[in-house]
Write a protein that binds this ligand. Structure first.
Ligand code: SAJ
Length: 454
């Protein structure tokens, strides 16, 4: 093992190494705070002055409930183990630099946009110490470290990767609401430029990761993270595809799914009103992009799955229009109450929320739309207030509050007791006894006889 790496491994073991963290967002800040809490000095770099100021004042700028994060940031800034800065030159003292910057895909061509990653590498390259180790934690397309990160670092540092400095990739596996818990508990894929680099990386992660550390090469690490999320997206798309088939043939996908999953080795996921969040809608495109070079592999399965899932909010819109029409209500005169703005049940995170897709699909088609969400500040309030006088309620997120709702009360408060259930939160019996006419996503196109429409 190179002397540099050996010395770095020893300093990480002793806790005398200095670590830089580029990007202090919902990944970078908890990572920086956790490493600092092990007694290592961490220099955090971010572009946003107000974010840097907040952190140095011992507070977390990360939105939403993140158990333990505020306390940890306060503790490690007070002890001096974490200091935030906007000046990249301050990273000059770091022996090891972690990178957690955004790696978005373009909305139109779905190709990765690595501008932030390139900029981070240029900043790092200019100050990188000989023997320094750079670890990319952002989720990237397979091949990105080799084709973008290393050339950018070599150009900015006039040094050679693998000789004068070293590179690794350890993709983050965080979830909003559980940032610290996931970082501590989940297993990590530790991809090093060489086995020695991976071993030195593991020395750092072992200081705060209780999960398993799977040591491997960089390309494998890039593939694992994008694949694990593409896997989920394709499986959700399959469930949505079966839901569409069930609707068209007059069956109930939720019953079909229940019995399918009794068959050994089956685990059909949940159909629903769409796929949101910060990683599942994006990572499949990062995986597919790796194969789009000339002589590319046909990645139609990954692409088609994205289109199936992204079409679900508009499908919910169709169910709403059908139910209104079949109930003798002109959509253009209808008032809607959308239940759920977050992308996930019992979460306040609205990134890429399917509800936005539904609002876009309904724009200009109905008279009025009110949105409720107990976790999202702008949509908080009493559910009964949002539903009162509406002609159709639409359940887009399976928040626990909705599962507990008094359906009979909601039906009474509405101008017309119609409901579209995009997450199969309510049973037919509960809806019927409350006096609703309804459509449930994935259930055949019959509108049950029942409630009087005044
Ligand atoms: N969804 C469905 N049907 C399903 C599961 C999810 O429609 O059967 C929808 C959800 O409503 C949501 C979106 O997909 O809109 C994403 O849901 P998710 O449960 O995958 O939650 P995420 O986006 O927070 O995914 C994270 C990922 N974890 C990391 O990136 C570290 C993912 O790899 C995990 O599998 C997932 O959490 C998890 O299992 O909790």
């Amino acid at each position: 093992m190179s002397e540099h790496l050996q010395a770095l491994g020893a300093r990480l073991e002793q806790g005398s190494a200095v670590v830089g963290q580029v990007g202090l967002g919902y990944v970078g800040l908890p990572v920086a705070a956790l490493i600092a809490s092990t007694g290592i000095e961490v220099i955090g770099l971010d572009l946003k002055e107000d974010r840097v100021r907040t952190i140095n004042a011992g507070r977390s700028p990360i939105e939403g409930e993140e158990p333990g994060l505020e306390e940890l940031v306060s503790e490690v800034t007070r002890s001096g183990h974490l200091r935030a800065t906007t000046d990249a030159a301050d990273l000059g003292r770091a022996d090891l630099i972690m990178v957690a910057v955004e790696t978005p895909v373009d909305d139109s061509d779905h190709r990765p946009r690595f501008a932030a990653l390139r900029a981070a590498c240029a900043d790092i390259g200019r100050v990188l110490k000989p023997g320094g180790l750079v670890i990319i934690e952002s989720t990237v397309s397979p091949g990105t470290v080799d084709r973008i990160v290393i050339p950018a670092l070599e150009a900015a540092s006039s040094q050679r990767a693998g000789v004068d400095f070293f590179v690794g990739h350890c993709p983050e596996r965080v979830m909003p609401g559980r940032l610290l818990q996931n970082l501590r508990e989940m297993s990590r894929v530790v991809g090093g430029q060489t086995p020695e680099v991976a071993r030195v990386m593991a020395t750092l992660y072992r200081r705060y990761v209780r999960g398993q550390l799977d040591v491997t090469d960089v390309l494998t690490a890039e593939l694992v993270k994008t694949t694990e999320n593409a896997y989920r997206d394709v499986n959700i798309a399959f469930a949505n595809q079966v839901a569409m088939i069930c609707e068209s043939v007059g069956a109930d996908v939720w019953k079909v799914r229940e019995f399918v999953n009794k068959s050994p080795g089956r685990n059909m996921l949940l159909p629903g009103g769409g796929v949101g969040g910060h990683c599942i809608p994006k990572d499949p495109w990062l995986l597919a992009a790796a194969a789009l070079e000339p002589g590319a592999v046909d990645v139609r399965l990954i692409e088609a799955s994205r289109y199936v899932n992204d079409a679900m909010p508009a499908h919910v819109g169709r169910l709403v229009r059908e139910l209104l029409s079949e109930s003798g209500i002109e959509p253009a005169e209808a008032r809607l109450a959308i239940l759920g703005a977050a992308y996930l049940e019992d979460s306040d995170d609205t990134r890429n929320s399917p509800t936005q897709g539904l609002l876009d699909a309904l724009a200009g088609q109905v008279a009025e739309v009110a949105v409720h969400d107990p976790f999202v500040a702008e949509y908080r309030g009493a559910l009964t207030d949002v539903v009162r006088g509406a002609d159709c309620a639409v359940v887009m997120v399976a928040h626990s509050e909705y599962r507990r709702a008094d359906l009979a009360r909601l039906a009474q408060d509405m101008r017309n007791p119609l409901l579209v259930d995009a997450r199969c939160v309510f049973s037919p019996d509960a809806l019927a006894s409350a006096g609703f006419r309804w459509r449930t996503l994935g259930v055949g196109g019959r509108v049950p006889e029942g409630a009087l429409i005044d």
